[in-house]
Ligand binder design. Structure first.
Ligand SMILES: Nc1ncnc2c1ncn2[C@@H]1O[C@H](COP(=O)(O)OP(=O)(O)O)[C@@H](O)[C@H]1O
Ligand SMILES: [Mg+2]
Length: 231
């Protein structure tokens, strides 16, 4: 039941991400319609050239929108087989799903790819964990109203592990012991927090990838560490 609930909750978060991805293009579409409407209302007509130009723009926007849906659909399709993937690829995928909502909130994202290790496994699961962590960092930055909000993502390979860290400058986690954030249903101060994201992420990393999902408070904020053994 818990697992089912986890899935529903992470779907909910994803839908939130889609909503963000769509807000901007929807506004652009609506401004194109307004332009066409005002031409007709105030000038009595619109030229064929102008109309075709605006239709062209609209087609670009709608194709972008359908691409985002396609990305999300692939993302949620059950992965059939394990495969080799580069971390950079799953990082780009995760970032492409959250970056509109980061941009809208003026959150800077810095990515430091010191190494680009290869994993073997279900690649979307890794992206899913990363999205949860990035969404949480965004939530914390917004909740605390941080002045120059920033997230730093770094990747390295140390001994035989891939190490990915995500650190923000939202001031850190106050709850003690800090590991409580991984408990199911633990959520703090959020309007629609479910407390499922980190629980599910830890489950994925530790049960399916044989790795570790760790948290600590860094100098400026929370720091999450994903450590996966390489083969
Ligand atoms: N980067 C962060 N900075 C501060 N607190 C965090 C951060 N990430 C997670 N948390 C805390 O951990 C809690 C649990 O996170 P999560 O399991 O994703 O559930 P939810 O996001 O639904 O609250 C959050 O409510 C928040 O209090
Ligand atoms: Mg969360």
């Amino acid at each position: 039941m818990l697992f089912q609930q986890s899935k529903m909750a992470s779907m909910g978060e994803m839908i939130g991400n889609i909503a963000h991805q769509w807000r901007q293009p929807l506004m652009e579409l609506s401004s194109i319609f307004m332009l066409i409407q005002s031409r007709i209302e105030y000038e009595g007509k619109i030229s064929n050239t102008e109309l075709l130009k605006q239709i062209g723009k609209s087609e670009e926007i709608t194709s972008y929108m359908s691409q985002t849906i396609e990305d999300f659909r692939n993302f949620f399709a059950k992965e059939k087989k394990k495969e080799e993937y580069r971390l950079s690829k799953q990082i780009s995928l995760s970032v492409s799903m959250v970056n509109n909502s980061l941009k809208q909130n003026n959150i800077k994202l810095e990515i430091l790819l010191h190494k680009n290790p290869k994993h073997y496994g279900y690649k979307n699961e890794y992206a899913q964990v990363l999205i949860n962590i990035l969404n949480n960092a965004r939530d914390a930055l917004l909740l605390k109203n941080i002045e120059n909000p920033k997230i730093t993502l770094a990747v390295d390979k140390i001994d035989n592990f891939s190490i990915l860290t995500v650190e923000d400058n939202a001031g850190g986690i106050t709850i003690k012991p800090i590991e409580k954030v991984f408990e199911p249903f633990f959520t703090l101060d959020k309007k629609d927090g479910t407390g499922i994201g980190l629980f599910m992420s830890k489950l994925i990393v530790e049960n399916n990838m044989n790795g570790k999902l760790l948290v600590e408070n860094g100098k400026y904020g929370a720091k999450f560490i994903i450590k996966i053994p390489l083969y």
